[in-house]
Write a protein that binds this ligand. Sequence first.
Ligand code: PLP
Length: 225
Amino acid sequence: MAFASTIGERVATLRAHVDRVAEAAGRPAGSVVILGVTKTQPRDAVLAAIDAGLTNIGENYLQEAREKYVDLPPVTRHFIGHVQTNKAKAIVGLFDVVQSIDRLEAGLAIGKAARALGRTVRVLVQVNVSPSERFGVAPAGAAQLAQALRNEGLTVDGVMAIGPLEGDVDGAFALAQEAFGAVGGTTLSLGMSADWERAIAFGSTMIRIGTAIFGARPAPERVTV
Ligand SMILES: *Cc1c(COP(=O)(O)O)cnc(C)c1O
């Protein structure tokens, strides 16, 4: 299948490139996880990426994951979209990691749903470092939010942030790195197709890649939320 081989080639090329950049930053090859962002992509594309060796995949839209994320080979599934508290049970049912906890209520809802379903879920604190982003806790409030979440029994494993579309990428990534230091944990989820190389320079341990693996997405107005 041409589709599968293209995705497989892109994953292999990206993996090699990421390892070179990590090594240039003084970090071992394999130390940066590639999270395949599957939004708007069909299930076949998701399976092709897993077949190519990706062990972490992510979705922004619960509705899409309902169709695509069932009966997959063993991979870690990350929710990277905005958490609506009334969708917490469905999110916990479909995902292993919720990267987008940006307020206490969202964390409480996820924790409650996890207890009700008897599941363990890891969370990251989403920090807002970009004027172009709507969501995320202010960097100065990240450590306090993480502490409040931990007090509620949640496993907070680090920070997720989205860089700016334009402007001071390095400044934004430095804020994310600093927030990660304050929050603690093992994961700094930072960097996308256009800016992952800089993100690795700022300590990213997980880059979230859509376009560079799956190709261009349809125009935003056709995306179903
Ligand atoms: C879409 C998306 C990505 C991937 O973006 P690309 O530029 O296609 O790599 C990563 N993170 C989040 C939160 C996203 O919404």
